[in-house]
Write a protein that binds this ligand. Structure first.
Ligand code: CA2
Length: 153
């Protein structure tokens, strides 16, 4: 499956994901965010796409990047971290752009503490992928590529 077109896929990462691989390895695994970025670039190349991979601890910066994605990206995969469970601003930013957005999580948020069960952004996204560790990122990119190659009528 390949998808042509010059716009990149944005992969956006929220708060504390810069610590990946350094703490809480039992929950999130030992891969670093740099490792995840490399996996995303490798898959994107195989799909004839490009990835713009970013991380921020700031909710406002993530909102700004979603707005930027609306102009510059073909689609977005987002691990919003803990803002997933709190941020109406991210929900509204996703609703405000016209490109497909996939929500992703390393862990299965539905099998964890009850405060992680609800996502504020799910309803604005085309779908959610969670629980597959770093493969959640490549699965999210595959889901975006699939959607972009055969848009819904
Ligand atoms: O499972 C996921 O990907 C999460 O989005 C990760 C968030 C968490 O708040 C969500 O409920 C589920 C936490 C990201 C913080 O990652 C860390 C990694 C290493 C050490 C400390 C935090």
């Amino acid at each position: 499956m390949t998808v042509s077109g010059s716009k990149p896929l944005f992969v956006l990462n929220g708060p504390n994901l810069n610590l990946l691989g350094q703490r809480e390895r039992g929950v999130y695994g030992s891969a670093t965010l740099k490792d995840v970025e490399a996996e995303c670039h490798a898959l994107a190349e195989a799909l004839a796409m490009t990835v713009d991979f970013r991380q921020s601890n700031s909710e406002g910066e993530l909102v700004d990047w979603l707005h930027e994605a609306g102009q510059k990206a073909a689609g977005v995969a987002i691990n919003a971290g803990a803002y997933t469970h709190t941020s109406i601003a991210l929900h509204d930013a996703i609703k405000g752009i016209d490109v497909p957005v996939v929500e992703l999580h390393l862990s299965n948020i539905h099998a964890r503490e009850s405060f992680r069960h609800h996502s504020m952004i799910s309803a604005a996204c085309i779908g959610q992928i969670c629980g597959f560790g770093t493969a959640s990122y490549t699965l999210a990119l595959r889901a975006l590529a699939d959607r972009l190659s055969k848009p819904l009528g």
